[in-house]
Design a protein around this ligand. Structure first.
Ligand code: 7TS
Length: 424
């Protein structure tokens, strides 16, 4: 395998002013192993702009206090910041009301909340939960746990050869009348596939089933309007969308959240406490036991404002342009297998691949020695690996600050991989 010369056209970048955007991300201007950093591991976590770093710093320097209790100035500021962030996130995803936004530690906790609370209260023996082979373990294991507890059965949508959901068996699965909820990812973290969420929501609702969407790779890389998507629950993480770690969101329809029992007990989530029982606070506080991640919510507000200013549709267009370019360039390398849909319009900024005869960890290690950061492994999506027939893949994932030149460096690095591991 040899890296091709500059025959593939480096695309013009009309969509975003990437050079300007990169100035907001101080972490990107560093040398790694004597090379400029090319950070292509955004599906794992994104980098943070100064606006987010400043929001965190300002909160702890000036406003830090606990929320919803103190009658003093700092507590008022902390509460206003925390609740203001909730309103901003509600607006960002088109929620009907801020009470539908529950702060969590991230996508994983949001899905566990629904599986434990909604699933615990509503699932009966013989009920079915519909998942897909594409799911991250965060959207599988919580459902396995509740299914085991309640005697429910897990059903799976499978993948076609290009890594899209195969919806052909769906009518038959739904005709059984036992599916109560489906939990499906918006965008695959392993393949980049964007799923037809609206169609799924409509078909599930016709069968009187609910749809939870794992939006970990959705909200960060795709414009999201939960009303237009027609879903019932949407879960996402701050750290994948320019926000800090440790903060995420569960959005749910108010009526559903209202009917669900609390997920954890503690301070902040109660209305009254007696010796043997308690009553619950109103939404969304019923689901927010204990002192929350106040700084995280406030910094996530800054991340949302940042992404809003750049434009979510523009970010997706930029990623799709980079994916198109990466598929074109990687596609010319012999001994390299690409996974996922061949059309860039069907995917967000993720490209998974395997180099024949070279373990993905070795690929990632060689690329790291040239300052190119990618991820290698099963990406917490072992069912996808099983379907692809590989133990692991190498994965490059892009965001608003990535450039075509960084993809050229990825391709050059794969030339180095070939010169080290290739035959001859
Ligand atoms: N769902 C999907 C589709 C994901 O990609 C991830 C994280 C999660 C859920 C869990 O999110 P968390 O913020 O609660 O951890 N995905 C990845 C990844 O692809 N590489 O590292 C983490």
């Amino acid at each position: 395998m040899t890296a091709p010369g500059p025959s593939a056209q480096t695309p013009a970048l009309p969509v975003l002013d990437v050079e300007r955007i990169r100035e907001d991300f101080p972490i990107l201007s560093q040398q790694v192993n004597d090379h400029p950093l090319a950070y292509l591991d955004n599906a794992a976590t994104s980098q943070k702009p100064v606006q987010v770093l400043d929001a965190l710093n300002a909160y702890y320097r000036r406003d830090n206090a606990n929320v919803h209790r103190g009658l003093h100035e700092l507590s008022r500021r902390a509460t206003d910041g925390y609740e203001g962030a909730r309103t901003a996130v509600a607006d960002w995803i088109g929620a009907a009301s801020p009470v539908e936004i529950v702060w969590t530690r991230g996508t994983t906790e949001a899905i566990n909340l629904v599986a434990a609370s909604w699933g615990g209260a509503n699932l009966r023996e013989g009920d079915e939960i519909l998942l897909s082979e594409m799911e991250h373990h965060s959207n599988l294991v919580p459902w396995q746990l509740v299914a085991q507890r309640k005697g429910a059965r897990l059903r799976y949508l499978e993948l076609d050869d290009e890594g899209r959901l195969d919806l052909e068996p769906l009518p038959e699965i739904l005709a059984g009348g036992r599916v109560r909820i489906a939990a499906i990812t918006h965008v695959s973290n392993a393949l980049g596939t964007i799923n037809p969420v609206r169609e799924l929501a409509d078909r599930l609702h016709e069968a009187e089933a609910l749809l939870l969407v794992d939006g970990a790779q959705g909200a960060a890389h795709h414009p999201v309007d939960v009303g237009e998507l027609g879903v019932d629950f949407y879960a996402f993480s701050g750290h994948k969308m320019c926000g800090p770690t440790g903060i995420g969101v569960l959005w749910g329809r108010e009526r559903l959240l209202e009917e669900m029992p609390p997920y954890q007990g503690g301070g902040e989530m109660i209305h009254t406490v007696e010796r043997d029982f308690s009553t619950w606070a109103a939404l969304p506080h019923k689901f927010e036991a204990g002192t929350p991640n106040i700084a995280g919510a406030i910094a996530m507000h800054a991340a949302v404002e940042y992404l809003r200013a750049v434009g979510p549709a523009e970010i997706l267009a930029h990623e799709q342009m980079l994916v198109g370019y990466a598929l074109e360039r990687l596609g010319t390398l012999p001994n390299l297998r690409l996974f996922g849909p061949t059309s860039p319009e069907e995917r967000a900024g993720v490209v998974s691949f395997a180099v024949d005869g070279v373990h993905p960890h070795d690929v990632a290690t060689v690329l790291d020695s040239e300052g190119v950061a990618i991820r290698a492994g099963h990406h917490c999506a072992q069912l996808v690996m099983e379907r692809l027939g590989v133990p692991a893949t190498a994965r490059a994932s892009f965001y608003l600050y990535n450039t075509a030149e960084e993809i050229d460096r990825l391709v050059r690095g794969l030339g180095t991989v070939d010169s080290i591991f290739g035959e001859g």
